[in-house]
Design a protein around this ligand. Structure first.
Ligand code: SF4
Length: 445
């Protein structure tokens, strides 16, 4: 069969500036490359990532498979409808179709629920016989079965490697751990991960894993092996582990780690407790200090719009991140992704303002906050990003600590690209809620 694998554009109508910014900041995808690796050589596979290349609808394909997350779902459906209009069979998969298979099925001949690894061969056999089933349900595969991707043909500044998949924590807003794709923690054999990193044609990369602090024994072994490769990387970890395990921090630095990205989520302990995050706010200052002591930068990410949050939370967060001397931050608006307990709760409470999935990109208010208006939430996050990523603060962050050259360069890249991204996403006055929803907001607050 002639098979086309498609990744829909994050921003289909992006301006030239937005396209350049996307190319500079977007992490290279491994999803379609894994699907390609899974496909038997007897088939001909073509990959189109719409963020880099226009989709041509005149190809003579037997099957089109589209991977989508929530914010690209509508674009995925448009692409699917166009191919189906030409009589070509379409398969949809990814986080969004896994959460809402019934919705996805309206635009596809078959929907993969869960990971492709578990069902892809069977699906292709059925497609060859023109006998696709409507749904293919895949329970999480083992670490050994997680496929290594083929090389990504598109240029991207940030290349990624997946050593583990899934997360054992169950934060109520998390689209990863509350999905059939990420609900179980698995580890790929270390030898294979090392081989993938060796094969990367670049010196720096990012571990895409949700957290490299879940199985610390595995990670330490991986870091010991990584030391031989003379590469640099950034990775995600949990604050409660990083605050205590100095051996892990030393091994990480020796292996070439330049930065840890850590989900602080909130400066309010009550919020962390309510969302099921096992962190202690009291640990945060220590985490920053410890990670810095071992020569690495700490990037803390925060989410705003939880039920505990009032409009004071933005100034409280700014004061805390300056006091803790965090090196860089990520800021997100709370987004109830379908499939999460948060989505179910807010839907039951009639607090979802829109189901226009294209707005579910972490930069739009799509739910009714409990203790502030949607506008206050949007403007508070915007103010915080503007304040932290001011030129004077960026320079302070770059030169304020004793980092080696590569850490300083990586931190500078993160700070400047984050500034550009936040300026672009918060650039215009957002129409936050429709008139009807605004009334609903006013009545409730
Ligand atoms: S720790 Fe991170 S990846 Fe794990 S459930 Fe919480 S938010 Fe998701």
């Amino acid at each position: 069969m002639k098979i086309l694998l498609v990744m829909p554009a994050i921003k289909p109508n992006a301006s030239l500036y937005e396209k350049i910014l996307l190319k500079l900041t977007m992490w290279s995808s491994i999803t379609l490359q894994q699907l390609s690796a899974l496909t038997d050589d007897k088939h001909e596979v073509k990959i189109i990532d719409e963020n880099y290349e226009k989709i041509r609808y005149d190809g003579n394909y037997d099957l089109v498979a589209i991977s989508t997350f929530t914010s690209t779902a509508f674009r995925a459906y448009e692409i699917a409808d166009r191919f189906r209009g030409k009589g070509i069979k379409v398969v949809l998969g990814g986080y969004h179709p896994t959460a809402l298979p019934g919705e996805a099925k309206q635009h596809a001949d078959a929907v993969v629920i869960g990971e492709a690894e578990g069902v892809w061969q069977a699906l292709l056999e059925d497609a060859e016989k023109d006998n696709l089933k409507p749904f293919y349900v895949s329970n999480p595969v083992s670490g050994e079965e997680i496929i290594s991707p083929v090389e990504n043909k598109y240029f991207s500044v940030v290349k990624g490697v997946e050593a583990t998949r899934g997360c054992i924590h169950k934060c109520n807003f998390c689209a990863i751990s509350n999905s059939l794709i990420g609900c179980k923690f698995r580890k790929k054999p270390i030898e294979r991960v090392i081989k993938e990193i060796e094969d990367l044609k670049c010196k720096s990369f990012v571990f895409y894993d949700s957290s490299l602090t879940i199985d610390v024994k595995y990670t330490k072994e991986l870091f010991k092996r990584l030391k031989e490769l003379n590469k640099n990387f950034a990775c995600f970890g949990n604050a409660n582990v990083l605050a205590r395990d100095e051996e892990l921090l030393k091994l990480a630095y020796d292996a070439g780690c330049v930065a840890w990205a850590v989900g602080f989520e909130s400066v309010l302990q009550g919020t962390l407790n309510s969302i099921g995050k096992r962190n202690r706010v009291d640990d945060y200052e220590k985490v920053v200090k410890k990670v810095n002591e071992y020569g690495m930068a700490l990037i803390a990410s925060f989410v705003f719009g939880f039920d505990n949050d009032t409009e004071n939370v933005f100034n409280e967060t700014l004061a805390a991140i300056h006091k803790w001397n965090v090196d860089s931050i990520g800021v997100n608006i709370l987004t109830p992704f379908p499939g999460t307990p948060l989505f179910r709760q807010l839907d039951n409470e009639d607090r979802i303002l829109t189901k226009n999935w294209s707005k579910y990109d972490l930069y739009h208010v799509v739910h009714l906050p409990k203790r502030m208006t949607p506008e206050k939430l949007y403007n508070g996050v915007k103010m915080l990003a503007e304040n932290f990523f001011s030129f004077s603060n960026i320079l302070k962050k770059i030169f304020g600590k004793k980092f080696d050259f590569i850490t300083r360069a990586s931190l500078s890249y993160h700070l400047f690209t984050s500034r550009a991204v936040y300026k672009a996403v918060f650039k215009e006055k957002e129409e936050i809620v429709s008139k009807e929803n605004l009334c609903k907001a006013i009545i409730r607050i």
